[in-house]
Design a protein around this ligand. Structure first.
Ligand SMILES: Nc1nc2c(ncn2[C@@H]2O[C@H](COP(=O)(O)OP(=O)(O)O)[C@@H](O)[C@H]2O)c(=O)[nH]1
Ligand SMILES: [Mg+2]
Length: 463
């Protein structure tokens, strides 16, 4: 195995702030000798067995001052997170202690780790592939159990295995084609033509399924963005708060007080849902209000789904519905008639009949009426079954993976077309090779350096 770098890197791997413990992580050739210089216990880190934990003191070699009592973990190459020698020092919590220990490591010869550099080393040293490295970041940022499960499956290698097996199948076809490239005059036998087209179709189908799974995967990972829109005073903030089950925004009777947008993530049947309370859509001369409405428009453009709210007690509700629907254009929305608690049963039935064309769901942000149905509608619109949740099939959650699959599919289409048009074997092989390399970008075999750097720079420091 080639070691990726001569440098030894160090960082605080626990999040900033106060906590019970903080962890400084060191990785690289000199991690043990660096630990030897600052750690004083029964055993020297360099003499310790791999995967053992040692109690001792961190002492500043410059002035012999005690910094902290710590537990030090030794993990020898290649059985560590980075596949290099790794030392982890668990000190008392708080940024100051950890910062001091990190400083001592730097003075003793380590350098500050870049964001994601530990994971990058794990990748470059061949311990995990790129899709798995990305899964590490997804696990850290997962917002619900279901997003966590899909990231864990990716870290476990489900995408890597799927891609590797597709790559192997394509390489078999490539071998078949290359056998013919030495005899360009010879026509391909019917049996081989059939095998090639059948296999190609099967592979294309699988790639297509993966591409389509991104629609679900995207939702699992990033969730649904759902702004609540409607005229001032229809109850947007009340609904927002009710759904959040806590009061974060001011609910008031003065129209237009929600000047900006407020957003919050909630967990709906395993899907992370970002609810956004927006300022009302309406004409106004007030500058601040105008800004809020502009922002609401921006939210509408980026929305997965909108909750379009009207007021059941409003005598001009039909006009309001019409103008709201017009304002939303082609966006995907659920129409809600709020404050249904304020009108009696007869009136409610009459309203339902007169609004039948638009079929709004009657709700009350005040009493909670209709909100279970609303939640079901939202889950349904996400295309994820509430009962089964995430399937065991590989689901693509990363747009980079989807784009690589699309690129691979385009090349396979070319191969297919080429076979039909009896293109030269070399031509077919050329496109097939491109398809393979597009797919293998997913696991990092063929990924350009700049894309690698971009992926790892999005990690936090210490990971
Ligand atoms: N009775 C009743 N009052 C509601 C309901 N939803 C909102 N309200 C009231 O309507 C007023 C405006 O609500 P608010 O949420 O601030 O509307 P927004 O301007 O659309 O955000 C407040 O006085 C709320 O208490 C509801 O379902 N039933
Ligand atoms: Mg409001």
């Amino acid at each position: 195995m080639i070691s990726y770098s001569e440098d030894t890197i160090a960082a605080i791997s626990t999040p900033p702030g106060e906590g019970g413990i903080a962890v400084v992580r060191i990785s690289g050739k000199s991690s043990k000798s660096i630990a030897d210089r600052i750690f004083h216990g029964k055993t020297k880190p360099s003499g310790a067995e791999s995967h053992t934990v040692h109690f001792g003191k961190i002492i500043d070699p410059a002035n012999s001052e005690l910094v902290d009592e710590v537990l030090l973990t030794v993990m020898s190459a290649p059985n560590s997170y980075t596949a290099e020698d790794v030392i982890e020092i668990s000190s008392h919590g708080g940024q100051l202690v950890a910062k001091k220990i990190l400083d001592l490591c730097l003075k003793a010869g380590a350098r500050n780790a870049l964001p994601g550099e530990f994971t990058q080393r794990a990748f470059l040293n061949g311990r995990i592939d790129l899709a798995q490295a990305e899964a590490v970041a997804d696990m850290i940022s997962a917002k619900t159990d279901m997003s966590l499960k899909s990231a864990a499956q990716q870290l476990g290698g489900n995408i890597s295995q799927t891609v590797t097996s597709l790559g192997e199948k394509l390489r078999n076809l490539l071998a078949l084609l290359e056998a013919y490239t030495d005899f360009p005059e010879e026509e391909m036998g019917q049996g081989d033509v059939n095998k090639l087209t059948d296999d190609l179709n099967e592979i294309k189908e699988e790639i297509n399924r993966l591409i389509l799974s991104y629609e679900e995967g995207k939702i699992l990972k990033s969730g649904l963005k759902i702004p609540i829109v409607g005229r001032p005073n229809v109850g947007k903030s009340s609904l927002f708060n009710r759904l959040l089950d806590e009061s974060r925004t001011i609910v008031t009777e003065i129209p237009g007080t929600t000047r900006d947008t407020v957003s919050e993530f909630i967990n709906m049947a395993g899907i992370p849902v970002e609810l956004i309370d927006t300022a009302g859509i309406r004409q106004t001369g007030d500058v601040v209000e105008v800004e809020g409405i502009k922002r609401a428009r921006r939210e509408i453009e980026n929305a997965d789904l909108l909750l379009a709210l009207v007021d059941m007690t409003d005598t001009e509700i039909l006009d309001d519905i019409k103008s709201l629907i017009e304002a939303l254009g082609s966006a995907n929305y659920i129409l809600l008639a709020n404050k249904a608690d304020l009108i009696d049963q007869n009136m409610l039935e009459a309203r339902k009949i007169s609004l039948a064309e638009y079929n709004p769901l009657s709700i009350s942000a005040e009493t909670g009426m209709g909100l279970d149905q609303l939640r079901d509608l939202i889950i349904h619109s996400a295309g994820i079954s509430k009962r089964t949740g995430i399937k065991d099939e590989t689901v693509i959650t990363n747009v980079r993976h989807r784009d690589a699959l699309r690129k691979g599919l385009e090349y396979l289409d070319k191969v297919e077309k080429g076979i039909a048009e009896k293109a030269s074997y070399e031509f077919l092989a050329f496109d097939l090779k491109h398809a393979i390399s597009a797919l293998e970008e997913i696991i990092g075999k063929t990924t350009p350096e700049d894309i690698l750097n971009k992926i790892f720079s999005q990690f936090c420091i210490g990971k």
